[in-house]
Design a binder for this molecule. Structure first.
Ligand SMILES: Cc1ncc(COP(=O)(O)O)c(C=O)c1O
Length: 302
């Protein structure tokens, strides 16, 4: 069994987790001024393999650019840091959390002097959504997805996740496993930390990137998997279309491919044997676990 990941890469050094601390006056704690990524490393026959590391780090730098954060490291340096953190923790499978934050110790929204802190944490993460049985229940959230004109949905800014917290908490309070957020015009956007797909008459749909959603890498993986045989249709999706679809599923690094069996009382056949969702789920696991050689370029061995 792998040991618990107890070492953190913190501003250029590997330290014990209890030594990776910040001051309570830190800007990021008060104003949500941080950016992050979520990446998975899978145990494969070739050893631990990080899924789509290059793309995740590219997105991390894009988030930094939007929030005008100079990380002080190159993409290559941070990729090496992630690989080193996995090696030093001697872990075979984990969730990887790179984080950058405004580290200045000073109150006031616009900091006079900007200092950026960067950390890489690992954690064990098996199942992110649901209780173990395949297929979950989702609730249409009373909270709308923040509009792009207010906060850029293409960036993973820590403060943006207050909205995700509100919606997922509301869903769980009502006994559901996860929330689905609509945009300000009532079209389907995404989950609090996942993109959403629906299947109708064998065709696969997902909200287009004009919607206020994250350009998820799992979303992109599904689009590429289906490119030739049954291209995913990217469009605006209304609630009635979603509720009358045959199947729906969440797609995200943490959620992987999670079939949705019910949305706010409307039942779906997403986790039934032979469903498109279950087929994609199996193909996704095959791919991330290094069993589909067509996609081995997406795996990085640390
Ligand atoms: C709001 C949001 N949407 C979608 C996703 C899925 O993105 P990815 O597949 O790149 O993990 C995430 C997770 O990072 C997210 O936080």
């Amino acid at each position: 069994m792998s040991p618990q990941p107890s070492l953190i890469w913190f501003n250029g050094k590997i330290v014990k987790s209890e030594e990776a601390n910040v001051n309570i006056m830190t800007h990021a704690i008060h104003y949500g001024t941080g950016i992050f990524e979520g990446i998975r490393c899978y145990d494969t026959e070739q050893g631990p393999a990080i899924f789509r590391l290059d793309d995740h780090i590219r997105r991390f730098f894009q988030s930094a650019k939007i929030y005008r954060m100079n990380l002080g490291y190159t993409e290559e340096e941070l990729k090496d840091a992630i690989k080193e953190t996995i090696r030093r923790n001697q872990i075979r499978e984990c969730y990887i959390r790179p984080l950058a934050y405004f580290a200045n110790v000073q109150l006031g929204i616009h900091p006079r002097e900007v200092k950026i802190g960067v950390a890489i944490m690992l954690t064990e993460l098996k199942l992110y959504l649901g209780t173990g049985k395949v297929g979950i229940r989702a609730k249409l959230s009373p909270w709308s997805k923040i509009d792009n004109a207010a906060l850029p949905s293409m960036a993973k800014g820590t403060g943006q996740y207050l909205s995700s917290y509100l919606s997922s908490h509301d869903a769980r309070m009502d006994g559901y496993d996860e929330a689905i957020l609509l945009d300000k015009n009532g079209f389907v956007a995404e989950g609090p930390g996942e993109n959403i797909f629906m299947v109708k008459d064998g065709k696969v749909y997902t909200p287009s990137l004009e919607s206020p959603i994250l350009a998820g890498l799992t979303r992109d993986t599904i689009i590429k998997l289906l490119e030739k045989e049954n291209p995913v249709i990217e469009k605006r999706i209304g609630i009635s279309e979603l509720l009358t679809s045959d199947e729906a599923f969440f797609a995200g690094t943490a959620a992987e491919i999670t079939p949705i069996n019910e949305i706010s009382g409307y039942e779906m056949k997403s986790s039934e044997e032979g469903s498109v969702s279950m087929d994609l789920r199996a193909r996704y696991f095959n791919l991330v676990r290094g069993r589909d050689k067509n996609y081995s370029h997406w795996l990085t061995i640390p």
